[in-house]
Design a protein around this ligand. Sequence first.
Ligand SMILES: [Zn+2]
Length: 136
Amino acid sequence: MSFTAKELLTKRGVKLTSQRLVITEYLMQTYEHPTADEILAAVAEKLPMALSRATVYNTLKTLVDAGVIREVLTEPGRTRYDANTSEHHHFVDVKSGRIVDIPQEMLPDIQKVLGDKYNVKSYTVTFYGDLNEDSK
Ligand SMILES: [Zn+2]
């Protein structure tokens, strides 16, 4: 099932503002896992008012806290954002910096592998390497 940005925000109990709407819409239509600065650059022209960096950070925090989007930490000190909130993993192409979603089904069930010893609530695996030229 897919929702529009407006439906998603309403469903998650987030008060609608044009900033939240535009940022959510942008993240829903990109597979790029952008940083806050990349989001700022991408949405700036879509809003009538100037958007400050602080507003972008605050908006992203609100959206993460509400479960609308999630943070992706694939590089130290650099937070990226993802509108795909389902459990999935990431592959980082170290040459291009491109980040690709890896569906959870592609990996063995790690929760089962760890057995009863660890009470796993959620997990993310990040793979680093380069993409095969033929598969692009
Ligand atoms: Zn992702």
